[in-house]
Write a protein that binds this ligand. Structure first.
Ligand code: UFG
Length: 321
């Protein structure tokens, strides 16, 4: 059985939908940001907290867990600058508790959701896994700390792991039943689509004086189902013994500026946006674009869905939710 911690959240719930086709799945989630009805009904759902040893013991003693996939983290760059305690507590300390209980039950396969925010302001246009990491916000720091913990745990305790550094997860499941719904919403694509549905008065572009062609920040948007598929390949590589420790970027390899994303949303929806330029948001690097060559070579993964498909699926989801 595979334990998915944070399986009721945005990315976790998309992974669970794919994983239940192949494995028995138990989801542990405290529903702090996730939704129980996003969890595929074929998975066992347990309400609990990864920072709570008793909750974890209850799961590990009841189910024959062979691997853990960890999606239960806070992930907002801006919030992490304002409230770093929350990020180090929930993303680092709670993960240590999870790892401790895993080792106690001799569970040694771990898939970790990391982030492009570990790179900080990269000195290269296309980021590879060996591009130096130097986070510029507590969120990125918290994820990098766990990556270091995993390296040490691998050497000391024989923990096997795959670290997946996501670039900007976006889009929704093709069924339209699950998608991105945060409260409050801070992510660019849902904010644009909510505005185009009349749920917000305007879109604020956070800074148009960055060192990019149109002055707005460039990101690499990756469809959440492409992310889910990468997780399944990563899990298989651990279970087969092909990987002991690995770190992979997950992106499309193509950057889009905030303005280009707004344009694409207008094109897909056929609606016009009311855009205002506002202050830069603290903690935002100008450009984050991935090379995902390594996972392509080693596990055969490639993003299959482009920005247009990301926005189309997100639009279907937002129209009905
Ligand atoms: N943006 C706006 N206006 C908005 C919202 C966002 O201009 O109303 C801009 C941001 O400043 C940024 C871009 O749109 O330049 C994307 O912002 P998001 O908030 O959608 O995403 P982030 O790039 O800040 O962060 C996301 C995840 C992180 C992850 C990062 C990796 O939330 O967890 O991608 O690239 F680390």
């Amino acid at each position: 059985m595979i334990l998915v911690v944070g399986g009721a959240g945005y990315i976790g719930s998309h992974l669970v939908k794919e994983l239940v086709e192949k494995q028995e799945v138990v989801v542990l989630d405290n529903l702090s940001t996730g939704f129980k009805d996003s969890v595929d009904s074929r998975a066992v759902f347990i309400l609990g907290d990864l920072g709570d040893e008793e909750d974890l013991e209850a799961v590990f003693s009841a189910y024959p867990i062979k691997a853990v996939m960890h999606f239960a983290a806070n992930s907002l760059v801006g919030e992490s600058v304002k409230d770093p305690l929350k990020y180090y507590q929930n993303n680092v300390a709670a993960t240590l508790t999870l790892l401790k209980v895993m080792l106690k039950y001799n569970v040694k396969n771990f898939i970790f959701s990391s982030t492009a925010a570990t790179y900080g302001i990269p000195s290269v246009d296309i980021i590879e896994e060996n591009t130096p990491t130097n986070p510029i916000n507590p969120y990125g720091e918290s994820k990098l700390m766990v990556e270091r913990i995993l390296e040490n745990f691998s050497s000391a305790y024989g923990l096997n792991y795959v670290v997946l550094r996501y670039f900007n997860a976006a889009g929704a499941h093709v069924s339209g039943k699950i998608g991105e719904k945060h409260d409050p919403e801070t992510h660019l694509i849902p904010i644009i689509l909510q505005h185009l549905l009349g749920q917000r008065d305007q879109i604020s572009v956070f800074g148009d004086d960055y060192d990019t062609p149109d002055g707005t920040c460039i990101r690499d948007y990756i469809h959440v189902t492409d992310l889910a598929e990468a997780h399944i390949l990563a899990l298989t590589s651990l279970l087969d013994g092909k990987n002991k420790t690995a770190t992979y970027n997950l992106g499309n390899g193509q950057g889009y500026s905030v303005k280009e994303v707004i344009d694409m949303c207008e094109k897909v929806t056929g609606k016009n946006a009311n855009v205002v330029i506002s202050e830069r948001r603290p903690g935002d690097p100008a450009r984050l674009v991935a090379s995902s060559e390594r996972i392509n070579k080693e596990l055969g993964w490639k993003a299959r869905r482009n920005l247009k498909e990301i926005i189309k699926t997100a639009w279907e989801f937002h129209k009905h939710n």
